[in-house]
Design a protein around this ligand. Structure first.
Ligand SMILES: [Zn+2]
Length: 484
C-alpha cells in the first residue's frame, strides 16, 4: 500500500511540473488573404518566463531527407507585448529569431511564402513537403508555416484557420469547433492539412477508418474513384500484418498540372502532390506510391530509432537506417500486394525485383554502404541515399528468404517486423544497436546479411538466394550499346 501512495505522489508532482512548464500557444492562419502568395500567420502566446526566447523555424522535416531552411520563406516577422507594443527582435540565423523581453510576449506575426509559387529557386522544397495557397485550395505541411519556441517543442499547440465556409479540411489532426489540436510541434508537422474545394470519401477497413481527400485542379478525378482503387491495397496490408496498427488514417491527394510528383508519409496520413494526367495514368502511378506510403505506418512511423523520435528541427541529424525505413517498406509494399493476390509472382520477380536490381547496379556507387549513404543524406550523399529504396528492398528479400529457410519456412521477415512493431510501437530503438535488435528477434545467422550488405558493400548474393526458390538470376551484362 505504501508503494502505491508513493507512486501517486510522484505522478502528482510530475503533472504539476509539466503544467508549470507549459505555455499557451495558439495559431491563427488567414487563408483568405492570397494576394501575395504568403500565409499571414498570427501566434498568441502566454506564459514565457525567460528574459529572451528563440523562435525557431524548421531546417528540415521528418521523411524529407533534405535541408529546407524554412526561415528563407519568412518575412515581416514581428513580436508584440501584451499591450500590443512592438518588442525588440534579432534574426540570429536564417531559421531563428531572438525575442527580447519575452516575459511580456503576447503575440507574434509573420508572413511565410508558399513553396509551390515561390520566387526562391535555390534548394527547392520537395513538393510533398511543401505548401500552397490559392483561391480554391491550400496545402499546409506544418513545418512550412509554423515554428516553435526553443525549449517548447513538446508544448501543445492549437490552430484556427480562416477560410470560406464551403471548403473542406482534410487532415489527421483532431478538431473541435473549428479548432485543431496538436499535442506538440512534432505532431503539427506530422499532420499535413489540405483545405479547399475538395472531394472526400471514407473507407471502413475492419475497425480502421480511412478518409480519402482529393483536390483535382481540373476536376479530373474524385476521392471516391481513388478510394475504390486504394481499398484492395489497404486490405492487402491488413491481411499481411494481421491487423492495421492505426485506427484512423487520411490520404490527401493534390493533383495539378504543374507539380513535380512526390509523396510523404506521416503517422496517421500521407500527402501526395501529383501531376494531373488523364485518369488511367493517374490511377496507375498512384497505386504503387500510395501503397508504399501507407506501408510506412509500420516503419519509420512506428518502428524507428531514437534519432527520429526526438526529431531535431534545428540541425538535421541522420539515422543509419534508411535502408529499413525505405527499402524494407518497399519490400513490404510489393510483398503484401503479392500475398494479397493483387500482383502475380511473375510481376513480383520480373518487374519489381529485376527493376530494383537494375536501379541498384546502374545508378549507385557500389563502394558506398547503405549505412554510410544514410548517415550522409543531408550532405555528401544527398543523391546516394536513394540507394536505400532499391538495395534496401533487395536486402529485405534476402532477409525474408534467409529467415524462412532457417525457420523451416514457418516464419519470415514479416513475423520479425510484427514482433518489432509490438515491441517498438510506443518507444524508439537506439540507432546504433538496430542490427543487434534484429538478430535478437530472428537468428544469429542474420547478422552476416546485415553486416555485409547493409553495413558493408559486398555484392548481393542474388544468384545463391534466387536459386533456392527456383528462380534463375541472369546478371546484367554491359554491352556498351545503347538500349533500344
Ligand atoms: Zn518512403
Amino acid at each position: 500500500m505504501k508503494r502505491k501512495v508513493f507512486a501517486c505522489i510522484i505522478l502528482f508532482f510530475t503533472s504539476l511540473v509539466i503544467g508549470q512548464n507549459e505555455i499557451k500557444i495558439h495559431y491563427t492562419v488567414d487563408l483568405t488573404r492570397i494576394e501575395s502568395d504568403s500565409f499571414y500567420v498570427m501566434l498568441n502566446v502566454e506564459g514565457i518566463k525567460t528574459d529572451s526566447i528563440v523562435f525557431q523555424f524548421a531546417s528540415t522535416a521528418p521523411g524529407a531527407y533534405e535541408v529546407m531552411n524554412v526561415g528563407r520563406f519568412v518575412g515581416n516577422f514581428e513580436a508584440f507585448d501584451y499591450s500590443d507594443e512592438l518588442l525588440k527582435i534579432y534574426r540570429k540565423d536564417v531559421n531563428q529569431y531572438v525575442i527580447y523581453n519575452a516575459k511580456s510576449l503576447g503575440k507574434i506575426q509573420y508572413q511565410v511564402e508558399d513553396s509551390y509559387d515561390t520566387n526562391i529557386k535555390e534548394f527547392p522544397i520537395f513538393s510533398a513537403a511543401g505548401s500552397n495557397l490559392e483561391k480554391d485550395n491550400v496545402v499546409i505541411n506544418g513545418q512550412m508555416v509554423f515554428g516553435y519556441f526553443q525549449g517548447y517543442q513538446e508544448n501543445p499547440v492549437t490552430v484556427n484557420f480562416n477560410y470560406p465556409k464551403d471548403w473542406l479540411v482534410g487532415t489527421a489532426l483532431p478538431t473541435e469547433d473549428g479548432k485543431y489540436f496538436a499535442e506538440d510541434y512534432d505532431r503539427l508537422v506530422d499532420s499535413p492539412l489540405m483545405i479547399g474545394e475538395l472531394t472526400k470519401s471514407t473507407l471502413e477497413i475492419s475497425d480502421t477508418k480511412v478518409d480519402v481527400y482529393c483536390y483535382s485542379q481540373n476536376k479530373v478525378i474524385t476521392a471516391s474513384i481513388i478510394a475504390d482503387t486504394l481499398e484492395p491495397i489497404v486490405k492487402a496490408v491488413e491481411k499481411f500484418l494481421g491487423a492495421l496498427p492505426v485506427k484512423h488514417y487520411a490520404f490527401l491527394f493534390h493533383f495539378r498540372k504543374d507539380v513535380q510528383g512526390g509523396a510523404l508519409e506521416h503517422n496517421y496520413s500521407s500527402y501526395y502532390a501529383m501531376p494531373e494526367d488523364d485518369i488511367t495514368q493517374l490511377l496507375e502511378s498512384l497505386l504503387p506510391t500510395a501503397s508504399h506510403e501507407f506501408c510506412h505506418i509500420v516503419t519509420p512511423l512506428h518502428i524507428h530509432s531514437d534519432i527520429i523520435e526526438q526529431f531535431n528541427f534545428e540541425k538535421p541529424v541522420a539515422s543509419r537506417h534508411l535502408w529499413f525505413y525505405e527499402g524494407v517498406t518497399n519490400w513490404m509494399e510489393s510483398t503484401s500486394r503479392l500475398r494479397g493476390g493483387l500482383i502475380s509472382e511473375a510481376d513480383f520477380f520480373d518487374e519489381i525485383i529485376s527493376s530494383s536490381l537494375r536501379t541498384s547496379t546502374r545508378l549507385f556507387d557500389s563502394t558506398v554502404s547503405l549505412i554510410e549513404s544514410s548517415l550522409g543524406c543531408y550532405n555528401e550523399y544527398e543523391f546516394e541515399w536513394y540507394h536505400a529504396y532499391s538495395r534496401g528492398g533487395l536486402v529485405g528479400l534476402l532477409l525474408d528468404l534467409k529467415i524462412l529457410e532457417l525457420s523451416d519456412y514457418k516464419v519470415g521477415l514479416k513475423d520479425v517486423i510484427i514482433k518489432l512493431l509490438n515491441e517498438y510501437k510506443t518507444k524508439s530503438f537506439p540507432d546504433e544497436k538496430f542490427f543487434n535488435i534484429i538478430v535478437e528477434h530472428s537468428y544469429p545467422e542474420i547478422r552476416e546479411i546485415l553486416e555485409r550488405y547493409v553495413g558493408g558493400t559486398d555484392a548481393l548474393p542474388m544468384k545463391e538466394y534466387l536459386d533456392k526458390i527456383g528462380y534463375d538470376y541472369i546478371p546484367e551484362v554491359k554491352t556498351g550499346k545503347q538500349e533500344a
